[in-house]
Design a protein around this ligand. Structure first.
Ligand SMILES: [Zn+2]
Ligand SMILES: [Zn+2]
Length: 346
């Protein structure tokens, strides 16, 4: 099969022929119809992820059709249309037994712990635990965008953030995850204030339901601006992942507010300080959010099917595999405000 391969960190990846993957006895091989390009792929390519060994094929936001199934897989057949959370669970550890597959103790992540979906085929482990059926009528490009950004945002806003109608929700960073969070929070009846340094990203946030925007490039203290607009957010997300956006998110909360850390804070950047004195004084909650378990996808898929949530509106470009290496490199300087989807067979 053809795949995007890199041999060294930060040097150009290339498209070349590699052996087709074989399914594990508990796994499947999926023919990749669409796979999202995400800033996490760029971090991996840059060498920021200790799980990656070289040579490597990136890609973790995928949708496609089951091509081959392992001998112990009974619930899935070739031809099934599927997507998968980026955290693939083992199905048998204590976290999995508790239903918390998103923090599985023996998780695998396509495109990080093994070769990913910037390829014509990808192998996925523990299919019974991890595959999600793509509803009829949902395109592969839309389904691919669910796997990482949209599902991650859904868990952050709804499951971890416990958003309620009428609340103020601040979203710091309006890239793919942030715009998804804006849309999900607004659809939940919350009032959303979007914070970003890019006017273009803020325009998109407004189009996706933000009631107010803060231009962090021209505002000295974005957290103060959020407090002024909202009286302090009930729920606030760092959807970018940086010490500055994390601190601003916590500082923009009202008493007993909830901060959810969604954007990854790569270990290469060191430990991120959190103003714990404020956490105590205001009884704030600090929560993490890490993907979403496959068995909790159904309520989100129902809202997509009903048209309440529109992940398709986040997909702004579709490119062939040949264009993926340069698009991957460009994520470092221009992460973009929409989702680019790679279509390996186009
Ligand atoms: Zn991602
Ligand atoms: Zn597990």
């Amino acid at each position: 099969m053809r795949a995007v391969v890199f041999e060294r960190y930060g040097t150009p990846a290339e498209v070349r022929d590699v052996p087709d993957p074989e399914p594990a006895e508990h796994g499947v091989v999926v023919r990749v119809e669409a796979t999202g390009l995400c800033r996490s792929d760029w971090h991996g390519w840059m060498g920021h992820d200790p799980d990656i060994t070289l040579p490597h094929v990136p890609g973790h936001e995928l949708a496609g059709t089951v091509e081959a199934v392992g001998t112990r897989v009974t619930g899935w057949r070739p031809g099934d249309r599927v997507t998968v959370p980026f955290v693939c669970a083992c199905g048998s550890c204590p976290a999995c037994a508790a239903g918390d597959q998103q923090v599985c103790e023996r998780q695998t992540q396509p495109g990080f712990s093994h070769w990913g979906s910037f390829a014509e085929y990808v192998a996925l482990d523990h299919a019974e635990v991890n595959l999600v059926r793509v509803p009829d009528g949902m395109s592969f490009a839309t389904a691919a965008s669910l796997g990482c950004r949209f599902a991650t945002a859904f868990r952050a806003v709804v499951q971890q953030g416990r958003v309620a109608a009428g609340e103020w929700v601040a979203v710091h960073g309006c890239g793919g995850v942030g715009l998804s969070a804006v849309m999900i929070a607004a659809a939940s009846g919350a009032r959303v204030v979007a914070v970003d340094v890019s006017p273009k990203a803020l325009d998109l946030a407004r189009a996706f339901g933000a009631a107010a925007c803060v231009d962090a490039a021209s505002t000295a203290d974005p957290a103060a601006a959020v407090r002024e607009l909202t009286g302090g957010a009930h729920l606030s997300l760092d959807a970018l992942g940086s010490p500055a956006t994390c601190a601003a998110s916590v500082a923009g909360l009202r008493r007993r507010g909830r901060h959810v850390q969604v954007g990854l804070l790569p270990s290469a950047d060191g430990t991120t300080p959190v103003p714990m004195a404020r956490v105590i004084a205001l009884e704030l909650e600090i929560l993490g959010s890490h993907g979403m378990a496959a068995h909790t996808y159904q309520p989100m898929l129902e809202l997509v099917r009903a048209g309440v949530l529109r992940p398709d509106r986040l997909v702004t470009a579709a490119i062939p595999l040949a264009a993926a290496p340069s698009a991957l490199a460009a994520m470092g300087t221009a992460p973009g405000s929409g989702v680019t989807v790679i279509e390996p067979w186009s």
